[in-house]
Design a protein around this ligand. Structure first.
Ligand code: UFG
Length: 330
């Protein structure tokens, strides 16, 4: 298949690009490089420095490359920033997706894989979280994605040949086997890279956000899924996709780890005491988020290969040690 990958220079998109090539697909990348890294993209892949809202240019790219399907990773991802700048998030994540979908409609492209988030569930009423668990996003980031999920359903009603897959990501972590690409968010807000920065001495310490949650050790529980497993699900999804499909899948391994468990695992992986400060809760953090991922396993045959948290952290550690300043040293 000829696949357009938006956000192909980002953390997850760059892993997806490699996986798609390995599985025999032909890839074209679109990225506005607001957060992505040009260095994460192999030189022989067509790359367009384009914003999602440039509908006409995207239509031309879709036609020129005879694109059959779009994988849409490009998005802003910071919950806190979305609360401060909601219009930025609705503009980029929601209107950006609408513009992309409009370009697809004009060019006759009717296969779409969308990166959604566990944030659409807000403070879930049940754990594990099923795809049918009520969606009550509690911040603009979650709503910016939830709106797109609903827009996709409307398009599917209007065009029976349109088919889409929505993947709701839990906590994506780790780095690819080859050690060439990894996570380099600026600023970084995610737990595992920050813990590893503390282990490397790149920051003084890590602050644990809250120790009084109703969990066994008082810290928040999350479901960490390895980025390579995550992108494998996307390849399975796009290959299974047919006109008329409206598929929704949770992507998590179905097991939660607390912040303290992550710290212990990181200590074992790095052989270093992680300098830790115990702080207060971060606003908007649910106590526990972990997936039931039976649906994606059954329907797409997805089987995550990296289910050991130390192994996931070790893959991230290899990337950070080899690239202490991220993509700056490439
Ligand atoms: N945490 C700390 N200290 C830090 C950073 C994080 O204790 O310095 C804790 C958080 O409170 C949370 C856990 O580590 O309990 C994981 O936090 P992350 O920021 O790594 O990830 P989140 O679970 O907050 O966010 C993830 C995705 C978001 C998505 C959200 C859905 O990264 O994109 O899940 O709720 F919106």
């Amino acid at each position: 298949m000829n696949i357009l990958v938006t956000g192909g220079a980002g953390y997850i998109g760059s892993h997806a690009v490699r996986k798609l090539r390995e599985t025999g697909h032909s890839v074209v990348i679109l990225d506005n490089l607001s957060y992505g890294h040009r260095e994460s993209v192999p030189n022989d892949i067509p790359f367009y420095h384009v914003d999602l809202r440039e509908t006409d240019r995207i239509e031309t790219i879709l036609r020129e490359h005879q694109i059959n399907a779009v994988m849409h990773f490009a998005a802003l991802i910071s919950v806190g920033e979305s609360v401060e700048k909601p219009l930025l998030y609705y503009g980029n994540n929601t209107l950006g997706a609408v513009s992309l979908l409009e370009a697809m409609e004009r060019a006759g492209v009717r296969r779409f894989v969308f990166s959604s988030t566990a944030a659409v569930y807000g403070e879930p009423e049940e754990t594990p979280i099923f795809e049918t668990t009520q969606r009550h996003p509690i911040n603009p980031y979650g709503r910016s994605k939830w709106f797109v999920e609903q827009i996709l359903q409307d398009i599917a009603v209007s065009d029976p040949q349109f088919g889409f897959v929505v993947f709701r990501y839990f906590n994506v972590a780790g780095a690819g086997e080859g050690g060439l690409i990894g996570e380099d968010h600026r600023p970084e807000t995610h737990l595992i890279p920050l813990v590893l920065f503390a282990a490397m001495g790149k920051r003084d310490n890590i602050t644990v956000f809250g120790t009084d949650y109703p969990t066994p050790d008082g810290t928040c529980i999350r479901d960490y899924v390895h980025v390579d497993d995550l992108v494998t699900a996307h390849v399975l999804g796009i290959e299974a996709l047919r006109g008329g499909d409206a598929r929704f899948y949770n992507l998590g391994i179905g097991r939660g780890y607390s912040v303290r468990e992550i710290l212990d695992a990181a200590k074992n992986v790095t052989g270093t005491e992680i300098p830790t400060v115990f702080g207060s809760r971060r606003e908007g953090d649910p106590a526990r988020l972990f997936a039931n991922s039976d649906k994606v396993r059954k329907e797409l045959g997805w089987e995550p290969q990296h289910t050991n948290i130390e192994e996931i952290i070790a893959s991230a550690w290899r990337w950070h040690i080899a690239h202490p300043d991220g993509y700056n040293i490439l």
